[in-house]
Design a protein around this ligand. Sequence first.
Ligand SMILES: [Zn+2]
Ligand SMILES: [Zn+2]
Length: 280
Amino acid sequence: MKVTFWGVRGSIATGGSAFAGFGGNTTCLEVEHGPDRIIVDAGTGIRALGVKLVSEHASLPIPPMRPLEASLLFTHLHWDHVQGFPFFAPAFRPETELRLYGPVDEDGVSLEDVLLRQMQTPTFPVPLKAMAATMSFHSLNSGREFSVGSIDVTVRSLNHPQGCLGFRFEAGGRSLCFATDTEHREDGSIDDALLDLGRNVDLLIHDAQYTDDEYSRRVGWGHSSYAGAARIAKGCGARSLVLFHHDPAHDDAFLQRMENDARGLFPWCLAAREGLSVEV
Ligand SMILES: [Zn+2]
Ligand SMILES: [Zn+2]
């Protein structure tokens, strides 16, 4: 499996030269195994991924014309995980077939509702129905297990305001856990759902928005410290750890220090960088 980071920032996209090293776009991951591809979340990082997918598809020999297929999984419906969707170029093309998987919130609001609402006037000029792709919506909930081609997906709930889903991906005997937007437990224990996802995983990508000092002032906000992420990686028996969902206030120098400190706690560890691909 290969995972590529198209957006690594949490909360809101961030610009400026001091942030260019790690990147300013919000959450979007691409997970590939052979011809199979899963996109996770549609933060602002999905715009550049969409440009790549359209360009790759345009370079395919014709005929026969294959559809541009993609499966998009959404962890939750917070802005920083959905706001890039109106700029996802493949969604405007009739040759595209999108399968969209997302949670339904406690008030019954679905992924489709959220994508519809964020493309309404007066806050956006182009409605969802102007997207020419064939789209099918599928609801996701904790406990669900399914496959996208050769990639097996396990879904569990994480600890986050309004909820968030974590994913374990398995293919070709390798495993990858994506657990963003989740708050570690202060007593160091790990909840069963996260253990299910992360047990002996080859790569754990985990929320690490804060330092311990920052976390102490933001308990209940739904995010972890990098020390909390390192404890969870150890507790799960993960082989490697990627720190994810960088705070918009943390510039490259700050994130480099965080990465160095985190390596003292869990040696095979790096902070996610936009554009980075990791073979799992
Ligand atoms: Zn987030
Ligand atoms: Zn969130």
